[in-house]
Design a protein around this ligand. Structure first.
Ligand SMILES: Nc1ncnc2c1ncn2[C@@H]1O[C@H](COP(=O)(O)OP(=O)(O)OP(=O)(O)O)[C@@H](O)[C@H]1O
Length: 246
């Protein structure tokens, strides 16, 4: 790989495998993700998307294979500040308010003072929770918890945002706002990895990786994937790459 290619790369994964017991959940995944790219992992429930992005985030460890994120081999503690991770199951403190949750998670990243207060207001506004900041999380709806989790993932202005099904349970107008923000972040230099099983959401990504039974069966832009599959929809493309449709 040339020097200029490696500078423009955010992430390189080489032959990633992950087994739990005797079962291989992720098999031989290799891929490159460019800086300032929105890369989506698309696949049915149970295909291995969550397991894979946890490994790519350095939260879980591959059984074999190598990952380099922004030039550093993972897992590496110093990379935690550079990554914003939003889990599928909300890792929130339910007996604290939204603001207290932000106080806690922000302090883990060493945020403080005026800048931290401003940042809290920005992320709460972005996810439409500014008027609910003092409410206990236990009184939040499922969608509100997702939105707060996204705010927490963004609080420290990470260079890489890794989001597991970020817009599940979020209504269409807020989903649109969140996508606009993802594009804005991307333009400002952030690289975004996300998972989805929703085809229309997948089409909003710059590039996609299709996951089936723990394998990366295809990568490309939504248009490329549809063209190669001679299909007009992402569903058709997915069935084609999965060998279910000729
Ligand atoms: N800790 C674990 N122990 C045993 N099996 C696991 C564990 N974690 C994941 N699996 C299995 O690995 C497979 C992939 O799971 P994973 O959660 O990564 O899929 P997914 O594509 O993210 O699914 P979903 O879209 O439903 O979240 C599933 O069959 C799941 O049951």
């Amino acid at each position: 790989m040339s020097q200029s290619e490696s500078i423009s790369l955010c992430l390189q994964a080489h032959k990633i495998c992950r087994s739990i017991g005797a079962r291989e959940i992720i098999s031989d995944v290799s891929l490159n993700i460019n800086k300032q790219e929105i890369f989506g992992f698309l696949g049915p429930s149970g295909s291995g998307k969550t397991t894979l992005i946890k490994i790519l985030a350095g939260i879980d460890k591959a059984t074999s294979g190598e990952i380099t994120l922004l030039g550093t081999a993972l897992p590496h503690l110093s990379m935690m500040k550079k990554i914003g991770y939003m889990a599928q199951s909300d890792a929130l403190y339910h007996d604290l308010t939204a603001k207290e949750n932000l106080d806690f998670f922000g302090s883990l990243f060493g945020l403080k003072g005026q800048h931290f207060m401003r940042r809290q207001r920005e992320v709460l506004e972005l996810v439409g929770l500014e008027s609910h900041a003092k409410k206990m999380v236990q009184a939040y709806s499922g969608g509100m918890k997702r939105r707060l989790s996204l705010a927490i993932a963004l609080i420290h202005e990470p260079e890489v945002l890794i989001l597991d099904e970020p817009t599940v349970g979020i209504d269409p107008s807020l989903r649109l706002m969140i996508w606009n923000e993802l594009y804005r972040l991307c333009r400002s230099g952030v690289t975004i990895l996300l998972t989805t099983h929703v085809m229309d959401e997948a089409e909003k990504c710059h590039r996609l990786g299709m996951i089936l039974d723990g394998r990366l069966i295809a990568t490309g832009t939504p248009e490329e994937l549809k063209q190669t599959a001679r299909g007009t929809t992402m569903e058709e493309a997915f069935l084609y790459y999965g060998g279910i449709r000729k």
